[in-house]
Design a protein around this ligand. Structure first.
Ligand SMILES: Nc1ncnc2c1ncn2[C@@H]1O[C@H](COP(=O)(O)OP(=O)(O)OP(=O)(O)O)[C@@H](O)[C@H]1O
Ligand SMILES: [Mg+2]
Length: 293
């Protein structure tokens, strides 16, 4: 028998932990998890972490509406993609039990085992696709309203036997589109949006409020938590999570520059260019300092 205080059930206490978790921590938690998984998988190499926005093709998740309509294609979902994967049992432990970690030490100054799930699940459903030793699995978590303020987290991928499902075929089929290297293990954590709304752009409207965020929100969330990144970590951001939809350039990646890298960056010389201003009668001509880059 345990001699410590434990939760008697998973009802309102768990709802409170999730509801009270600040939503601003979601992106830093996702990036922190990417760093931890990738550097554990490849401790002696430079690892690339990618943040991008992608559609989720049919054949993985979905449902049937009461009128028979099938919903199985999800557009514009924010995705965090990193080397390092999980087996079915690791994924089950990692994502279906709050307070549990895989391959990490849980303690006050290390990991709580709450991070990504508790910071996201109040306002967005979550999908994790992971590939290890040639086999892929996914887990899909969503919120089920119980009336009033009450809700519970549902493991939508559960089928009565397993909490997580195998999806190797889908991963192989979509490998090119999703930039999966099938020779290596990897994990992708995806924000599906409110009630997995198939049309919610979870980069531009992450909280499902029908209100577009500034395109800077994602970078701000990372800067706020990470002053610098480990030297062997390269964080790459797709142009589709740097600019608004419809901008001219929407493909390709850019390096994310931390504050530390910005300070070390060799800034082009700042030159002073005197500029003659036509003064209106009686006023003193002004000098302007122009930054020439
Ligand atoms: N991007 C990822 N790649 C590989 N494994 C992941 C990834 N994200 C989460 N996981 C796995 O899921 C587990 C749960 O993640 P979560 O962020 O909820 O808790 P934690 O990282 O263990 O602890 P905390 O975030 O509270 O410090 C992790 O321990 C890790 O095993
Ligand atoms: Mg974490």
């Amino acid at each position: 028998m345990s001699n410590t205080l434990i939760f008697a059930n998973t009802g309102p206490q768990l709802s409170h932990i999730i509801k009270d978790h600040p939503k601003e921590t979601a992106v830093p938690e996702a990036v922190r998890n990417m760093i931890e998984a990738a550097t554990a998988y490849k401790p002696n190499e430079t690892v690339e972490l990618k943040i991008r926005k992608l559609d989720i093709a049919s054949g993985l998740i979905g449902w049937e509406e009461p009128d028979g309509k099938i919903v199985d294609y999800f557009k514009n979902k924010l995705s965090f993609f990193n080397p390092g994967g999980m087996s079915a049992s690791e994924l089950t432990t990692a994502f279906t039990k709050v307070g549990s970690s895989v391959g990490k030490e849980n303690s006050l100054d290390r990991n709580y085992g709450q991070g990504i799930r508790t910071s996201v699940l109040y306002w967005s459903e979550l999908l994790c696709i992971t590939y290890k030793n040639g086999v892929a699995h996914y887990v899909w978590l969503g919120k089920e309203e119980l009336g009033g303020n009450d809700f519970q987290i549902e493991i939508k991928s559960a089928d009565g036997t397993d909490m997580v499902q195998e999806c190797t075929g889908w991963v192989v089929e979509n490998a090119q589109e999703r930039e999966y290297n099938l020779d290596e293990d990897f994990t992708e954590v995806i924000l599906l949006g409110k009630e997995a709304n198939p049309t919610q752009d979870t980069f531009m409207d992450p909280y499902g409020k029908n209100k577009l965020e500034s395109t800077l929100w994602l970078r701000k969330a990372i800067y706020t938590r990470f002053w610098k990144l480990p030297k062997n970590v390269k964080l790459l951001m797709n142009l589709n999570v740097l600019s608004k939809p419809g901008s001219k350039k929407t493909t390709g990646y850019r390096d994310f520059m931390t504050f530390e890298e910005c300070l070390e960056w060799d800034l082009p010389k700042v030159q002073q260019k005197p500029q003659s201003c036509k003064s209106s009668k009686g006023s003193t001509p002004r000098r302007s300092n122009t930054l020439l880059l």
